[in-house]
Structures are given as structure tokens and as C-alpha cells.
Design a protein around this ligand. Sequence first.
Ligand SMILES: Nc1ncnc2c1ncn2[C@@H]1O[C@H](COP(=O)(O)OP(=O)(O)OP(=O)(O)O)[C@@H](O)[C@H]1O
Ligand SMILES: [Mg+2]
Length: 253
Amino acid sequence: MADMFGKLYVRSIRLSDMPPARNYISTLPVVRNLAQMGELRFDKPVTIFVGENGVGKSTLIEALAVAMGFNAEGGTRNFRFSTENTHSELYQYLTVVKGMKYPKDGFFLRAESFYNVATNIDQMDSAPSFGPPIIDSYGGVSLHEQSHGESFMALVENRFGGNGVYILDEPEAALSPMRVMTLMARINELVKKNSQFIISTHSPMLMTLPGAEIYEISGGGIKSVSYEETEHFQVMRNFLNAPERSLKYLLEE
Ligand SMILES: Nc1ncnc2c1ncn2[C@@H]1O[C@H](COP(=O)(O)OP(=O)(O)OP(=O)(O)O)[C@@H](O)[C@H]1O
Ligand SMILES: [Mg+2]
């Protein structure tokens, strides 16, 4: 399902410049691969980045989010809070080729700083204002008064409205397997409402989303793969098929 009708908001990314060698980002596999490839295309409404811990998935999608005008710690484009200025400089070296249409909605979600997003909503609502409380568009209950997974699903179900670009870093982090499936159904629904998702994940379940492009990042490059080809899927399948056998190998070797 290529983007024949120009429905996608992010079409491709490339490095406009190589970050200086003294900056650690220049050594990340994802950055070296991007430099080699020239362009990384987004042709499907869902793009999934997978790969070993530390290859630079979060660094990449955060840079993409910041380059698109999102707050580095998460939220919509209206969020301006900052608790710690820890985002990398990669966004300064990234060119984002955008589609014909401007997204009407959008959200950048980092599992690591979702707590700060929740705090920021509460703070904005405690300040005097004439409009309705912001939390209303998140389901009406303070995200701090719900469990991690509940608050995350409240966000996805109430606040994500379609016609948007949603950048999610490990959205599965808070969710039970059942809720991961609920999330997948919701993503599918939002894709039908002209949305684009860019996701980094370790969840083999999420990787099976129909019509998603999976990019596996490693020292050897950025490869488009099927979910069966990912290490995550294979390791999880082998383990779940015979946990005792895997454990025997692991614990007795
Ligand atoms: N300020 C920093 N200085 C030096 N190295 C850093 C800094 N911040 C992050 N890194 C390194 O950048 C690398 C990429 O981190 P990143 O969070 O993008 O990885 P990831 O692919 O998202 O991994 P994971 O799957 O664990 O989430 C890591 O090896 C990390 O140690
Ligand atoms: Mg990460």
C-alpha cells in the first residue's frame, strides 16, 4: 500500500549534514546507516522501527518529532514543558520531507516521560482559564489517577482524533497483551481516518500490524523486513513454544 494518493504527512527523512565526530550521535548505527542510505522513505501509514537496545531508535524518532515541532518530552505541538533538556541534537541534522497535507492532529509519546505529560496537563488545568479543562479531551480523569496502562489507553482512545501523525516510542511498555491488541485495533481505526504512525517497539505483537513497514536497524544497515524475519518475533516464538527448553539452555550452560 504505497502512498499513491499523497495521504502521508511524513514522506521521508535524510541527514542534511553529518553530525560532528565529537558528538556521540555520529557513532549511532541509525545515524551511520542514514548517512549511507541517503534517504529513508515512509511509504505506508504505519512505520515500525525495531532493533537491539541502543541502536538509536528513540534518538531517531525523537529527532523526527522535534523537527516536526513536537515537544521533546512528549505531547501535542502545544506542549511546551521541559523537565530536563536531555534530547539529542540529531534534529538539527535531519531533513524531514513532508507530504502535501498538514496534519490536523498529532502526538509524540515517549514511554519514559509520559508521567511528565500527565503532570503538565494537571498543571495547565490548575491555572485559571476560560476554556474547558484540557483533561476533558483525555477522557476527563487525571492521568495520574489511573494506572500506567489505563492512562495510556485513555490518551489513545480520547485524545488521538485522526488526520494526524502519531509518533510513539515503545507504546507497549504500559500494556497487557490484551491491551496491546486494543491498541492495534485503535491504530487501524486511526489509519482509516487518514493518520500516520511512526513507532519504535520491541513488541512482536505490534510488529504484526497489517500493512506496516518494519525497518530493522542494526550495525549492518536499515532493512525492510517482515515480522517473521525480526529477531524479536523469532526469539519470542521459540521461547513461548518451549520455555523449559529455552531456560534449560540458558541456565545450565
Ligand atoms: N547524552 C548521551 N551521551 C552519550 N551517549 C548517549 C547519550 N544519550 C544516549 N546515548 C546513547 O545513544 C544510544 C542510543 O540510544 P537510544 O535510546 O536511541 O536507543 P534505542 O534504540 O531506543 O534503545 P532501546 O531499545 O533500549 O530503547 C545508546 O547507546 C545510549 O547509550
Ligand atoms: Mg528506545
